[in-house]
Write a protein that binds this ligand. Structure first.
Ligand code: AMP
Length: 296
């Protein structure tokens, strides 16, 4: 503001120019870059997006014979579908100049870098891989991921954290809520629409039987629901470009997060197998069958 006043006073009006990038009228003064960057910085948010590597939604998941988890070896993995929606929302914000930078974070084994690269190919600027060895990752729970994301949000000076509403592998639907709690930031969960306002965000949330509209200030944590947007496909040129984008590697220990499990998994079972149906000749046969089975 001081810079703006100084420039206004010190610059003859004919030297004012339109600054295309931020669509502002700014004085053509040697110090005018201060004005632009100050205004831009105030308006723009740095967004942290969580991207989890999960078994691909189209794969038929098999329980391990030991019944302590599911088979992951040799199985196709991809980015959690709700996280694609979260990345899309963050990238859209950047395209609308509402966000200055999009950082994609994945917690998991080395292969988690694949989903970070996908996020980078969709338009994220840089990635952070929080490396957790595969054996430990099986025991990692949403509380640990929340503490990791919260610490990164503070370290990276993020104004907004966008996560998926749930990971399709553990179906926990806990990480966004717990990240907001750890940070003591407001949360907007199950987002259907997000609009930036001067005061913060206006969010339409998916609730039973309709939409609820709320307002929140920044910083905040959001979770993306299915209808928030349609995620873009990563194009081949962008996949190539993504290989050159920065990707930092850290461990939970570097972030001071203890990942000792809090919950013990007792057993993992297949869902009950549905019995095969039978074709009956006519209504009388159907009624007879239902009576015989004690259903009517
Ligand atoms: P959940 O609470 O496990 O259902 O996960 C909700 C959301 O938290 C996911 O859609 C991700 O955006 C984020 N998340 C959970 N686990 C991870 C992880 N290991 N790495 C990055 N983000 C994660």
């Amino acid at each position: 503001m001081i810079s703006l006043l100084f420039n206004s006073v010190a610059t003859p009006f004919w030297k004012w120019q339109r600054c295309g990038k931020y669509n502002l009228w700014t004085p053509n003064h040697p110090l005018s870059f201060l004005t632009i960057s100050a205004v831009a910085r105030k308006k723009m948010a740095r967004v942290l997006v969580g991207v989890k590597r999960v078994i691909d939604y189209a794969v038929k998941v098999r329980v391990k014979p030991e019944k302590n988890g599911v088979v992951t070896q040799g199985v196709k993995h991809s980015m959690n579908p709700f996280d694609e929606i979260a990345v899309e929302e963050a990238v859209k914000m950047k395209e609308k100049k509402l966000a200055s930078e999009v950082i994609a974070v994945s917690v998991g084994p080395t292969q988690s870098q694949e989903v970070i690269r996908t996020a980078l190919a969709m338009g994220a600027d840089r990635g952070v891989h929080v490396e957790v060895p595969a054996a430990e990752y099986d025991l990692l729970q949403p509380i640990h991921v929340s503490k990791i994301l919260a610490k990164l949000a503070l370290d990276e000076k993020a104004d907004l954290v966008i996560l998926g509403k749930q990971a399709i592998d553990d179906d926990a639907n806990q990480t966004a809520q717990m990240t907001a709690a750890v940070l003591d930031w407001p949360q907007g969960t199950f987002c259907n629409k997000v609009e930036k306002t001067d005061a913060g965000l206006t969010i339409a949330r998916e609730i039973d039987g309709g939409l609820e509209t709320i307002k929140t200030k920044l910083p905040a944590v959001l979770s993306a629901d299915l209808r928030l947007n349609t995620p873009r496909y990563a194009t081949l040129p962008n996949i190539m470009k993504a290989k050159k984008k920065p990707l930092k590697k850290v461990t939970p220990k570097d972030l001071g997060v203890d990942t000792t499990p809090r919950i013990e998994i007792i057993s993992v079972e297949d869902p009950p197998v549905r019995q095969a149906g039978a074709v009956v000749a006519d209504v009388d046969a159907l009624v007879a069958k239902l009576k015989a089975g004690g259903h009517i």
